[in-house]
Ligand binder design. Structure first.
Ligand code: BGC
Length: 347
């Protein structure tokens, strides 16, 4: 009996030791307001747990100070690796410094962490490519190389505090600018600079308010709009709402990114022409792989060591591939792959 008890005791001690030894990964996400971050967080948590890590997943309600406190707490609690999707790329400096002082590796998730040398790696989608996919779609849909035109277009970009936003906008503009310069594309609002077309915090209602102003000032006289280049789905939704309520002309081409549920429904309904699918499962899997490689002291897989300069260092990055999505391929991309159920996309 004594022997059995002793064996049991040993087994229990061993178990609690293993549990205590589980490495801890902090995951800081920006907000639950936008669908994609819920998916990112859920995927990361599930995959990290599956790989045997303890996970501290936090959302910061898009509040920079909340995120700063959350990351600092992850450092204070001795997380072994911290993964951060920043609300504002350059606002986490002090917490990043303390992570560095404790030798805690930090991975920037989807959005680059700026102005700091305390960032070990960056995993994202090819952000510039997202923009070129959107720009090329508009170019081809309007057949800008052959059609006579001119065509009217407006632009809506993302949050100036998010390093990705400039990459998306520049990618699209690099494709479309020559047509603006040649006069084939006309921007009736005259707003073509990133600062003019940006949407602080990427909010739908902010994008909607600006779109309403533009429609009132430039299209109320019956001027037709051919395309509205939106950098992502939350802003595309604002533009779509504004058009539905304030514009009666021919329905324009609207671009987006993320394949959010409402936007996918809008694609099926013919209101949004395309989106860019960034499978959050792919990104999460890549980051979990990175975490494992870091903690095992292995070489960390990256595929870009040039593009992402955060003003202090060039951060070694892994860029996943974004995929064009529209009403023709959403079934295969989003439903057959298990990303959404058919029910989620039904009205
Ligand atoms: C992400 C986009 C997203 C946007 C708003 C960007 O950093 O890359 O996928 O639409 O933030 O949340």
């Amino acid at each position: 009996m004594k022997k059995i008890l002793a064996v049991l005791l040993c087994a229990m001690m061993l178990l609690s030791c293993t549990a205590a030894l589980a490495e801890k990964v902090g995951v800081a996400m920006p907000t639950k307001d936008l669908q994609r971050w819920n998916q990112d967080g859920a995927n990361m948590e599930a995959m990290l747990k599956e790989a045997g890590y303890e996970v501290d997943l936090q959302y910061a309600n898009n509040d920079v100070n909340t995120q700063l406190t959350q990351v600092q707490t992850m450092v204070d609690n001795d997380c072994d690796v911290i993964v951060i999707a920043a609300i504002e790329g350059s606002s986490l400096g002090s917490a990043l410094e303390s992570a560095k002082a404790k030798n805690i590796p930090v991975i920037a998730y989807d959005r680059l962490l700026m102005d700091s040398d305390a960032v070990s790696y960056y995993a994202t989608f090819d952000n510039y490519k997202v923009g070129t996919v959107q720009g090329e779609f508009v170019r081809d849909a309007l057949d800008l190389d052959n059609a006579e035109g001119p065509f009217n277009i407006e632009f809506t970009a993302g949050d100036p505090g998010d390093n990705n936003a400039g990459f998306f906008f520049n990618g699209a503009m690099d494709v479309l600018k020559p047509y603006i310069e040649s006069g084939k594309l006309v921007v009736p609002s005259g707003q073509t600079e990133f600062e003019q077309v940006a949407t602080p915090t990427w909010k739908t209602d902010v994008a909607q308010a600006r779109a309403e102003d533009i429609l009132a000032s430039n299209y109320a006289d019956g001027t037709e709009l051919d395309a509205w280049l939106c950098s992502n789905d939350s802003t595309a939704l604002g533009v779509t709402n504004a058009l539905e309520a304030n514009y009666v002309g021919k329905w324009p081409i609207i671009t987006g990114q993320d394949c959010d549920i409402q936007n996918t429904k809008n694609m099926i309904a013919g209101k949004q022409a395309m989106s860019v699918f960034k499978d959050t499962r792919t990104l999460a899997a890549q980051v979990v792989k990175m975490v494992g490689q870091i903690l095992k002291g292995e070489e960390v897989e990256v595929n870009d060591t040039e593009t992402y300069n955060n003003n202090v260092i060039v951060v070694p990055s892994f860029l996943c591939a974004p995929v064009f999505a529209n009403a023709d391929n959403y079934q295969e991309l989003l439903v057959d792959s298990g990303y959404y159920t058919a029910d989620q996309l039904a009205d």
